[in-house]
Design a protein around this ligand. Sequence first.
Ligand code: ADP
Ligand code: MG
Length: 628
Amino acid sequence: MATGKINVSVENIFPLIKKFLYSDHEIFLRELISNATDATLKLKHLTSIGEAKVEYGNPKIEIKVDKEGKKIHIIDQGLGMTEGEVQKYINEVAFSGAEEFLDKYKDSAKDSGIIGHFGLGFYSAFMVAEKVEIITKSYKEEPAAHWTCDGSPNFTLVKADKEERGTEIILHVAEDSTEFLEDAKISELLTKYNKFMPIPIKFGTKTETLPKPEGAKEEDPAPTKEVENIINNPTPAWTKQPSELKEEDYKGFYRELYPTQFEEPLFNIHLNVDYPFNLTGILYFPKLTNDLNVQKDKIQLYQNQVFVTDNVEGIVPEFLTMLRGVIDSPDIPLNVSRSYLQADGAVKKISSYITRKVGDKLASLFKNDREEFEAKWNDIKIVIEYGMLSEDKFFEKADKFALYPTVDEAYFTFEELQEKLKANQTDKDDKLVILYASDKVAQHSYIEAAKAKGYEVLLLDSPIISHLMQKLETSKENISFARVDADHLDNLIKKEEEQISKLSDEEKETLKKDLEETIKDKGYTIQLEAMDSSASPFVITEPEFMRRMKEMQQSGGGGMFGMGNMPEMYNLIVNTNHELVSEILNTKTAKKKERLISQSLDLARLSKGLLKGEELTNFIKRSYEMVK
Ligand code: ADP
Ligand code: MG
């Protein structure tokens, strides 16, 4: 029998492990199953190159919970360890056998999928166990070994009589960790971390319903059978080649990933590179709503089919965190902080590769099936607009397929839009003015007025669109966006010919005074304009600049500091060429004049959705009086 001290430089590494090494105690199971998987994959490799002359068979890993005995067993049929190997790989902490194996079999084993890296995984067992046993039998002709350690640096190592090849790890669960003796808890962990690991993992049995035998009666119960409960799918879709997969397989895998999600994904992107870094995965575009925050944390990060985290911040660009799916890469360093991660060269390359692939996929969808792309636009626009705002490379690409829908549901790219609007919406300073609405219902009267002049009106309603307009205005030449209610149309798109005012300067002076007297407390800036006599007499507008800054502030950053809290600013435009306005001017009785002004103002407010509460009640009362 050998006894001795585990060779570590720090005398008391165990309390350290328990407290600091992993903040998440539950990962012990992931680590031990990873080791069992590695041991199996190593054996597979050694048999395939003829170095191990044993039958590989159909090995699996078994997890058993002995609640009474307060033990968890992890049993594999992998290559096992000799006594000497236990000495070397277990007693010399922080000496990673996985790394040594990969080093030794560099060329032949680089695609073997071996997980281990840091040489501390095994000791994570002590986060939940007060005592750990290893009973292991190597594939080599040597007796089995039995290692025991109670959490102090002292261990014992003796021969054992285990006959079958492989390793059994026994955890004697500590008092403070008995939650891990619950089947439900272990099930939860297995589904979270091991659902797609490459070697079948058995946890107990389950009842399977068999087809009824022929001639069985309606009321006879279907026969059942107890079968092994295999908790994982060892060959998930992302490990296959895109050519092996059909649309249905991608959808099926989505359901496997998100069993509670009923909505189907819009489309998927299969990631697959092995140079200059290794990365596979499948990303899905889900249907998105306008709520940006609830949609994150849906991409799962794996390393060699072991779940690591669902927080991919720093690994994929922010705008893509709204997607779903899986990324698997052994090249992402995870033992570093997130801020370091963002600065890491390999991670930067991964991030820009993913961005490029997403851009390419969208471009090809746009090119190959524009109709379909248009139909999906409203569900994907947030991601694309967000990407255009945050990644210049993506902007360049997306500028060719990003769509700008009109209120009548015609979709234009920016270039098409420029072409379409050029003739009618270029102002006298040669600037192209793009009119838009953010709400078809609320801005109905303004939209109609613009259409009456033959203008196109876009419907731009995503929450970050004001930021994108700002960016387009600065990156393109001579264009500007204006919401249909930002001013009256002749001011929004100024043409050479000016409308002639029916009123003299003197009359205007009087009119202005009359208006101010009646509506002085309402906070509108009055603006007299000579417009078409058919245009509305009173119109309320909301200047573009202030409103947009305010919106940008509210949707985060970009705008001017403090704007979000500014009150709304409205102008009242009075059309001096309208008959009603002449009537106001020419009315002699003060009472009637006041009524005409108030009623007109209320109508303008009504059409902008600003008339509410008591003022609305009064307006309705007054109107009934008038229709009598
Ligand atoms: P890593 O997996 O990063 O190499 P670990 O601390 O998890 O580090 O494991 C240390 C070493 O112990 C492994 O590299 C392997 O050689 C050996 N080992 C651990 N578990 C097993 C097992 N179930 N079967 C065979 N060898 C194992
Ligand atoms: Mg390991």
